[in-house]
Design a protein around this ligand. Sequence first.
Ligand SMILES: [Zn+2]
Ligand SMILES: [Zn+2]
Length: 247
Amino acid sequence: MITVTFAGCGDAFGSGGRFQACIHLRPGAGQAPVLLDCGATSLTALRRSGLDPGEIGAVLVSHLHGDHFGGLPFLILDGQFARRTAPLLIAGPPGTQQRLTAAMECLFPGSAQVRRRFDVRVLELFPGATKDVADITVRAWEARHPSGAPALILRLTVGGTGGTVIAYTGDTAWTAAITRASHQADLLIAEAYHWDKPVPHHLRYADLVTHEITARRVILTHMSADMLARQPPAAYEAAHDGLVITV
Ligand SMILES: [Zn+2]
Ligand SMILES: [Zn+2]
């Protein structure tokens, strides 16, 4: 049983007053929580949801846009000031280490080079490959979303073969990889930036309902103001900041 808390489920621009992408997974007793994306507002989002940033063991990053990875410098510095000792693993697209170092140096000069009491290890996830990240098997597909590095669609298997499967689109235009990544998943967390308005590089509700999705449960996230103004779609659930579910 995994507890999923949507600490942040907004877009990049604060639509609906929502925090940027920050989805907190608590796999179960004895395992450190994992974040799916860490947007710039994530420390505030976690604390608002009553979650301790210091216990997060790993962060899985879908792509290198500020609303998905911009909270990492704050998370790392918070750990430093809170005298964290447990290691932190960050897994993201190729180029994550370089972009993280650049972000830290831009926001807090000197912060990337400081000696810390805890290890920050960066692991790169390649489209088409599978890697184990903190007891979670992570398979990645390439998304259609330019971000200076390949953006990823992720499929997480928690608890080994036959375990709980959570798929996450990140940001992407429709691609058949979404169908594959979410095949019979227990939960698909899907971007629904707009209802049916054609927008480049992003997923629409219309894309999801017109393609085959076999996931048992679908929760929509990363919604624009236009999407939030609609009645919630009947077929799927819509996330809100602070939503807690178990899968
Ligand atoms: Zn993006
Ligand atoms: Zn985004």
